[in-house]
Write a protein that binds this ligand. Structure first.
Ligand code: DGL
Length: 280
């Protein structure tokens, strides 16, 4: 059966991230589209993607998105900037369902800066990507754009450490040079980072604007569903959370980030631990 023949208003929205960071996007989706069902897949066993090779991320993205479509997903939200940069074109070429992907908020940051300097916090993979450099080329010509790779931050968030001394030290190390060079707007170019907003504001002060694209991605998802006649007609939606890690280990961090009970299920082993998985 063609995937497109199975797409139906009752199918869930499939959401995918290397780990729990995509919950920041899921939060925006649930706010805007509360009647939809969601099937969230976290590849926490293989997280972080930021330091992985492109082939590895492409293989994981293909496998997990394929599984989400098998679950009946009518649309896929790639709630991961790193997977977007490595795999979005490949996913679109492979699967005939709408694929909605992240875009670091360069354009709104350029519009918001008063100093003419913006900082971009991202994973190593996103920082090096042609997707980010072409966005900067397109929108960043009148301002100075400082890109800061932030290895280690995703791991802190996956471990549920949003404000401990190690997390604060990493934040200060990565943001200090940007602020010293005059940045007044920071782009949160990784879906894990919105969970650091309170800590970032505590450390940097409220005068530093923090911008992410979770809400914009939710609006784009709503547009696509509306245009394709795929909006759900039920009155309440539900969320399934699947992970490639041990659900018992993921539970505390999911609880901390989501603030409400969210039952956690383990992805099938063939999806979580693919036999012929490429080495990073
Ligand atoms: N949430 C992912 C992103 O937006 C984190 C990537 C990683 O696992 O390093 O880039």
């Amino acid at each position: 059966m063609l995937y497109s023949q199975r797409m139906h208003t009752t199918g869930p929205i499939g959401v995918f991230d290397s780990g729990v960071g995509g919950l920041s996007v899921l939060r925006e989706l649930c706010t805007l589209l509360p009647n939809e069902d969601y099937c969230y897949a976290a590849d926490s066993h293989n997280c972080p993607y930021g330091s992985r090779g492109e082939a590895f991320i492409q293989q994981r993205s293909l496998r997990i998105v394929g599984w989400l479509i098998e679950q009946g997903a009518k649309v896929i939200v790639v709630a991961c900037n790193t997977a977007t940069a490595a795999a979005a074109p490949l996913l679109r070429a492979t699967y005939p369902v709408p694929i909605i992907a992240m875009e670091p908020a360069i354009k709104p940051a350029v519009a918001a800066t008063h100093t003419g300097v913006i900082g971009v916090l991202a994973t190593v993979g996103t920082s090096r990507s042609t997707r980010l450099s072409s966005l900067i080329e397109r929108y960043g010509h009148d301002v100075e754009v400082l890109t800061q790779p932030c290895p280690g931050l995703v791991e802190q968030i996956e471990a549920g450490d949003l404000d401990g001394p190690d997390t604060c030290a990493l934040i200060e190390r990565y943001t200090g040079p940007l602020i010293a060079r005059g940045a007044d707007v920071l782009v949160l170019g990784c879906t894990h980072y919105p969970f650091l907003r309170p800590t970032l504001t505590m450390l940097l002060g409220p005068q530093i604007r923090l911008i992410d694209t979770g809400a914009a991605v939710a609006r784009q998802t709503a547009r696509v569903l509306r245009d394709q006649g795929l909006l759900a007609t039920r009155t309440t939606g539900r969320i399934e959370f699947w992970t490639s890690a041990d659900p018992a280990e993921s539970a505390p961090v999911v609880q901390r980030l989501w603030h409400m009970p969210l039952p956690i299920q383990r992805l099938p082993l063939a999806i979580a631990y693919p036999e012929h998985q490429l080495q990073a």
